[in-house]
Design a protein around this ligand. Structure first.
Ligand SMILES: [Cu+2]
Length: 155
C-alpha cells in the first residue's frame, strides 16, 4: 500500500470517527471498484451500507465520472439485465445492504479516465436522513466474472 493511500485511509477513518457522534450515521464497508479496459468509459462501484436507524441512499457522485447511477442487476431465466433503481435504495435499520456483483451496484458513466487497479476512487454519498459521506473505493483488477459489465445494460 502506498503512503498516499495510507494517508487517505486515515483521513476516511478520521471522518468516520468524527461523524459517528451522530446516531443516524451510516457505516460504509468494503467500498471497491473494478479496473476498466483502456478505452472503457463505464465503471462500477460496490460497497456495503449499514444504517443504525433506517435510511435511504439517495445519491452517489464521484469526480472520476460524469455521472453515477444506482442500478440493480436481475436475472430472468438466463438473461441478466440492469435497471436503474428509482427513488433511492432502502437501508433497513441495523441490516447491512451490500452492493455487489450480480445485484445492486453504482454504475459510473462517462469515466474521465480508465480506472486502474490499485488506484482509489473518491465517492460522495447522500442519504435521506443521515449526513452525506465521503468514502474511497479501491480499484480491483479486471476479471472475476463479467457481471455488471456495460454490454448488459437494458438501456
Ligand atoms: Cu449498471
Amino acid at each position: 500500500m502506498s503512503r498516499l493511500s495510507l494517508m487517505s485511509a486515515g483521513l476516511v477513518l478520521a471522518l468516520a470517527w468524527a461523524a459517528s457522534a451522530q446516531s443516524s450515521q451510516i457505516t460504509v464497508d468494503h467500498a471497491w471498484s473494478r479496473a476498466t479496459p483502456p478505452r472503457g468509459t463505464t465503471g462500477v462501484l460496490y460497497l456495503t451500507l449499514t444504517s443504525p436507524t433506517g435510511d435511504k441512499l439517495l445519491g452517489v457522485s464521484t469526480p472520476a465520472a460524469a455521472s453515477a447511477e444506482l442500478h440493480r442487476s436481475q436475472t430472468t431465466g438466463t438473461v441478466m439485465q440492469m435497471r436503474p433503481v428509482e427513488g433511492g435504495l432502502d437501508l433497513p435499520p441495523g441490516k447491512p445492504v451490500t452492493l455487489g456483483p450480480g445485484g445492486y451496484h453504482v454504475m459510473l458513466m462517462g469515466l474521465k479516465m480508465p480506472l486502474k487497479a490499485g488506484s482509489d476512487v473518491p465517492v460522495h454519498l447522500t442519504f435521506q436522513t443521515a449526513p452525506p459521506l465521503d468514502v474511497v473505493a479501491r480499484v480491483q483488477g479486471l476479471g472475476g466474472g463479467m457481471a455488471d459489465m456495460p454490454g448488459m445494460h437494458a438501456h
